[in-house]
Design a protein around this ligand. Sequence first.
Ligand SMILES: NC(=O)c1ccc[n+]([C@@H]2O[C@H](COP(=O)([O-])OP(=O)(O)OC[C@H]3O[C@@H](n4cnc5c(N)ncnc54)[C@H](OP(=O)(O)O)[C@@H]3O)[C@@H](O)[C@H]2O)c1
Length: 227
Amino acid sequence: MSSLALVTGASRGIGAATAVALQPHYRLLLGGRDASALEKQAAELRDARPWPVELTDFAALAEAAAGIDRLDVLVHSAGVAELGTVEEAPSDAWRRDYEVNVLAVVELTRLLLPALRAARGHVVVINSGAGMNAKAGWGPYAASKFAARAFADTLRLEEEPHGVRVTSVFPGRTATEMQEAVTAAEGTEYRPEEYLRPESVAAAVLGAVTATPDAHPTEVVVRPRRR
Ligand SMILES: NC(=O)c1ccc[n+]([C@@H]2O[C@H](COP(=O)([O-])OP(=O)(O)OC[C@H]3O[C@@H](n4cnc5c(N)ncnc54)[C@H](OP(=O)(O)O)[C@@H]3O)[C@@H](O)[C@H]2O)c1
């Protein structure tokens, strides 16, 4: 098995679960900043290596991507969720959401396009329900996720002729550290039993990247099932 997948945000949450779901099918590069979490995660997987890099440091990103000349799957799961109303959110909140959720996604994809084309590969962008519907108090995050959706749509139009598939996955609330922080910021209770499990989002990613070659799963929406 020589197919290679790179998953950003693989140190925890949805990215970590995605790495686990992909491991039977791919060799893995695990993106993140927490080197010890990545080492631990890699040790638990069959054929995985840490790929530690600060995604907003484009010089470091170019260096980290330099050795990759063939890539079957690129999953952008790394993300941040700075919330706040237009009245109150500082410009830094908008900037941080854009830097990680949009600009880093664009730059890493750009750097890896030759490798993705070489493998007729697949790019998965973990978006959000907030990338489909804006919500009061969520402006910085929603705007970044709307932009990430437009990026994925553009990339699909441009790269499908080169054999590259592009899928946006739109999860609802998922039980991760990000959701814990989001509920704390909203002043609501964290109720993991009501949210998606990260493994459920990972299953949607696996379904997309293992789709039959004639199929192009363009968008996958996953909501928590009402119980
Ligand atoms: N949780 C939800 O309810 C939910 C719902 C819809 C969509 N999403 C989306 O799903 C994706 C994953 O979210 P999650 O809930 O799994 O988040 P999480 O548990 O907070 O994990 C975020 C991951 O992103 C990495 N990361 C953040 N900033 C980074 C940077 N500057 N450079 C490198 N890595 C960085 C973190 O790595 P380190 O810790 O190693 O720095 C971590 O692995 C995000 O795009 C998020 O917007 C989440």
